[in-house]
Design a protein around this ligand. Structure first.
Ligand code: HEC
Ligand code: HEC
Length: 258
């Protein structure tokens, strides 16, 4: 995927042609990418845009979630490479990956403000959430699956674009603790769950029933690890309107008890 996207970056449309049908998705937006983007930002951009990106002596606020010159990630990418002609905003000739990392960092500055920018109806999204079995696996404000990933503050961590990716492509960026582990013991038992820890002789497993177990490697006949998410994709299960509503609801979850 990355190998295909990088050459594509070289033939991006010129500044001004912002009518691409499908937005080009930022391929570098893991927490690590964001951190690297933050470091570039501190060294290259902060003296004008402020160390927190909220605006400085000679550059505007980049943390509001909306941009005068760009409507999407691709637009921000282009702005950084070309600059804004006629202003002090210079163009930067870093490699494509570094620029995408800066874009990821800039986006993270407005995560949590996404509810304001989202076009969806959060109330309708809440009803969808309750009827879509999300709580079979997730935990929210005291209900749902106790060991599930907690969504109570998801809107303060992910912006609308990230939330859309989380719903459409759950397997795009899965933390290792959610990788699905499966094994067969020498006595023929099948074990499934998440691998919490591993040492030379044993594995600590959270099995699919939610039980913590320690398993001796010597007792296993085979084991495998699947890097995909256990979460199903909702790409085909939701209409665009429903997805917007659901994202607006998720973006509104800021951690306060509701
Ligand atoms: C010398 C000062 C300066 C530096 C360094 C600088 N910028 Fe800017 N930047 C500006 C100014 C001034 C503008 C506003 C241009 C205008 O009038 O529209 C701007 C605009 C922008 C915008 C568009 C904001 C909008 O609302 O559309 C983005 C995005 C941006 N800069 C990102 C960056 C990044 C990322 C870096 C570092 C890689 C950077 N800038 C470095 C001065 C700077
Ligand atoms: C079968 C269990 C399951 C179901 C059903 C499920 N999820 Fe998930 N979800 C997960 C797991 C496990 C993860 C963490 C791994 C990953 O990133 O995919 C996750 C990740 C997420 C994330 C990203 C969290 C982050 O911190 O990056 C969001 C947002 C999310 N789910 C929302 C939902 C919503 C909304 C629904 C219902 C429409 C839903 N999930 C249904 C299991 C599930």
């Amino acid at each position: 995927m990355r190998a295909i996207l990088l050459p594509l970056l070289l033939c991006l449309p010129p500044l001004g042609a912002q009518h691409s049908d499908a937005d080009l998705k930022n391929p570098f937006q893991s927490p690590d990418d964001r951190a690297r983007g933050g470091a570039f930002f501190q060294s290259q951009c902060a003296n004008c845009h402020g160390i927190d990106g909220k605006g400085g002596a000679s550059g505007p606020n980049l943390a509001s979630g909306t941009f005068r010159h760009a409507t999407n990630d691709e637009g921000i990418f282009r702005l950084i490479t070309k600059g804004v002609p006629g202003t002090s905003m210079p163009g930067f000739s870093m490699n494509g990956r570094e620029i995408w990392q800066i874009v990821a960092y800039i986006r993270s500055l407005s995560a949590g403000r996404s509810a304001v920018n989202s076009t969806g109806n959060a109330r309708a999204g809440q009803l969808l959430f309750q009827s879509s079995r999300c709580l079979n696996c997730h935990w929210l404000n005291g209900t749902g699956a106790p060991r599930g990933l907690d969504l109570s503050a998801i809107g303060s961590r992910l912006n609308s674009a990230d939330l859309v990716v989380a719903l459409n492509d759950p397997s795009a960026d899965v933390a290792p603790e959610y990788w699905a582990w499966q094994a067969t013991t020498k006595s023929g038992e099948t074990l499934r769950g998440a691998r919490l820890n591993e040492d030379t002789f044993s594995l600590q497993i959270l099995d699919h029933t939610g039980r913590l177990r320690s398993v001796l490697k010597a007792d296993l006949r085979s084991q495998s690890l699947d890097h995909r998410s256990p979460m199903p994709s909702f790409r085909e299960k939701l209409t665009d309107v429903q997805r917007n509503d659901l994202v607006a609801y998720l973006a509104s979850l800021q951690g306060a008890a509701q």
